[in-house]
Design a protein around this ligand. Sequence first.
Ligand SMILES: NC(=O)c1ccc[n+]([C@@H]2O[C@H](COP(=O)([O-])OP(=O)(O)OC[C@H]3O[C@@H](n4cnc5c(N)ncnc54)[C@H](O)[C@@H]3O)[C@@H](O)[C@H]2O)c1
Length: 358
Amino acid sequence: MPERKLRVGIAGLGLIARTHAIAYQQLGDIVELTAVCDVNESLASAFAAEFRARSTTDLDALLSDPEIDIVDLILPHFLHVETATKALSAGKHLILEKPAAPSYAGAVEIYRTAQKVGVHFMIAENSRYMHAYQAAAKLLAEDAIGDVIHVRTELRSNEKEHLSQPGNWRTKFELGGGLVLDTGAHSFYLISWLLGEFASVRGVGKKLLNIANEIEDTAEVTGSLKSGAHFSSTFTSVSEIPHSERLELYGTTGGILIDQMSNPVVKLFKGQHDYYGQAIDVPFGPDAWHPGGWHFESVLFEVKDFIMSLLEKRAPLIDSRDPVYAVRIVEAVYESIRSSESVIDLSAVTRDEIEARP
Ligand SMILES: NC(=O)c1ccc[n+]([C@@H]2O[C@H](COP(=O)([O-])OP(=O)(O)OC[C@H]3O[C@@H](n4cnc5c(N)ncnc54)[C@H](O)[C@@H]3O)[C@@H](O)[C@H]2O)c1
């Protein structure tokens, strides 16, 4: 138990902020949500009233508020670098929603500033906290499917409303919009966590919705990993099904299928005649199984791991170099899309280069 409760300030009160706030509420013996900030004053006051915090619209003041120990940034992507480096320079512990930043250089700058200042820091990548993916990591470690030769990821969402709002930050690249940045950050983190670094990528971006903005609403990305495995990732924000994810791992002796719209979510197959497969028990908490429960739970666990790892003086489950590396892959995909879908060679790129050099 700390001598006094750790005091948290949240900046950015969009949809996902509520889950972060609930995590702090559930850890009420050790943390207190002290202040919340949003440019939308009525949103900030209502949120503050609900979670018994004080509210402000002054972002700079929140980032250096002497009463706050931990800053939780849940802001539009274009604000990540400026706000994260300000909070870190003010000596705050920092939890920063993915993607680390809209550019790799910005993401590296944030990572290195955190290392230099020496505070507790985490890029919040909820894929690491999804029970289904943790089950996949365990199966791979147990050699349940042999060597993985092909991996597929799929993320489906529905961004019609955001993409139809003129001025919404998600509709402009310069404000950190872009589906590959938003959802590719998850998939490229997941693939490199489970299977290691990327060797090459090729991207195809599409606009399937007839909405006047510059953002791709669907993308296909393929390439190879340094392990020799082939990967393919599909991202779409036009799906008329609930926000959900899929992972397929094909190895030399078996396969794993994970789909958050299926029950059971995780199945292990052993060969072409194994039609039934084996349902893998995934330890869902009180919010499962229902579509969407996995998302709420993973964000809840992620925020709690950040707090508990700070208290226990250990590293969180996420090594923040990995979500920074994911932004490097995102950047390569956009390079491919913008250069007539050419193949981008990543064989010389490693996550180790993210470390600050002396
Ligand atoms: N892990 C996940 O699954 C997940 C899900 C959703 C969002 N996110 C991430 O969370 C972050 C926020 O995304 P979102 O969907 O909540 O965005 P959003 O647009 O819904 O919410 C952002 C909020 O920030 C506020 N804001 C904007 N500028 C501000 C400023 N200068 N000062 C104070 N407040 C300001 C806006 O008013 C808005 O309420 C992004 O990094 C996004 O990628 C992660």
